[in-house]
Design a protein around this ligand. Structure first.
Ligand SMILES: *Cc1c(COP(=O)(O)O)cnc(C)c1O
Length: 353
């Protein structure tokens, strides 16, 4: 840290992103990316005219993308704010509504804590139950912003929409942010509840279920007033937050519903095979509604298993956080990648038995 760095941010611990190796040597199951090609229909939108359009600033209103998202969820364009990855939408929320502090589970997406520190928002972590489920009663009337990933990050566990609604209704004086990065892999979105509740913000991303992690596109859905608040922050930070190529890609990807559903269905089927395979090897597997599973070896510690798999050419994710340190998080890849993972894990367990 240089002598010039902000005193206020001296304690900031940045988010540790999963490895992105530059060579293609690894079977990459560590950052919950989609193994399938982005929508060909969407990629086809990047033509000469689009490239010529790079001379101009992107549309600050992201009209085309906003319209496509609104159409998909059957809400008004004034209920949608596109962002540069959903991380940016989350950052806007912390900046806009953070005065009262924020709560989130002790095991969840690591970025919430980072944003809280970056924006000087006080935070409390609410412990998940012993089986990693969210105890809904702990989130009623908390007097702070509630941020919940659903399905939850790192565990993949899903809270039914009725329970989400109980939390939103139980905090009428505070904003409730539901981060639905993984919702398309087996859950029901809370997006339509934004019509009924003026304190709900649903955040989603094109990074996972729509194979566009590198395009950096996400969005928030909420009532007109909350979206207007987020717009104020956006136009105070970066009016051209979504670049024009990503806008074109993402809006067409939203329209290509059939391909999206086909890829999500494949991942859901592969997740069942991966879960079955791990259980057969004696693993503890947390029931997942996401495109990853959190799993624990009967013999090998989490950090060690991560290292052994890396040596075998397979990247998974390990987190040091005490409650999940014995586990590894495995992204659901293709059937071939999953078979290779199960084979490698089987061989390692045999050696250790
Ligand atoms: C991946 C992920 C995000 C971030 O997605 P981007 O849109 O790529 O910024 C947000 N929240 C959760 C829970 C995630 O897992």
């Amino acid at each position: 840290m240089s002598e010039y760095f902000s005193q206020r941010l001296a304690e900031l611990k940045p988010y540790t992103a999963g490895e992105q190796p530059k060579d293609g040597r690894y079977i990459k199951l560590n950052t919950n990316e989609n193994p399938y090609f982005p929508s060909r229909y969407a990629v086809g939108k990047i033509d000469g005219a689009r490239l010529d359009g790079l001379r101009l600033y992107s549309d600050p209103d992201c009209e085309q993308l906003t319209t496509a998202i609104a159409r998909y969820y059957n809400v008004k364009p004034s209920n949608v704010l596109p962002s540069n990855g959903s991380d940016e939408a989350l950052a806007f929320c912390f900046a806009a509504f953070g005065d009262c502090g924020v709560v989130f589970p002790d095991v969840t997406y690591g970025f919430y804590k980072v944003f809280a520190r970056l924006f000087g928002v006080s935070y409390d972590e609410i412990p998940l139950d012993s089986d990693f489920s969210v105890r809904v009663d702990d989130y009623i009337g908390v007097g702070k912003i509630v941020v919940l990933a659903n399905p939850n990050a790192q565990t993949g566990m899903y809270l039914p929409l009725k329970e989400i609604e109980r939390i939103v209704a139980g905090n009428p004086d505070n904003v409730v942010i539901i981060d639905e990065a993984y919702i398309d892999f087996g859950g029901e979105s809370a997006a339509r509840l934004t019509e009924k509740y003026g304190n709900l913000i649903v955040v989603q991303t094109f990074s996972k279920s729509r194979s566009l992690a590198g395009a950096r596109v996400g969005y928030a859905i909420a009532c007109d007033a909350l979206i207007a608040d987020l717009q104020r922050v956006k136009f105070s930070f970066n009016p051209y937050n979504v670049n024009s190529l990503s806008c074109a890609l993402a809006s067409a990807a939203m329209d290509d519903k059939a391909y999206f559903e086909q890829c999500a269905a494949k991942i859901i089927a592969t997740r069942a095979d991966l879960t079955k395979g791990l259980l057969a090897l004696g693993y503890t597997v947390i029931p997942s509604s996401a495109n990853f599973v959190l799993a624990k070896s009967p013999e090998i510690g989490g950090a060690e298993l991560y290292a052994l798999l890396k040596k075998a050419g397979i990247l998974v994710r390990h987190f040091d956080d005490a409650r999940i340190a014995d586990y590894i998080r495995i992204t659901v890849g293709t059937d071939e990648q999953t078979a290779a993972l199960l084979k490698a894990v089987g061989e390692l367990e045999e050696k250790y038995a």
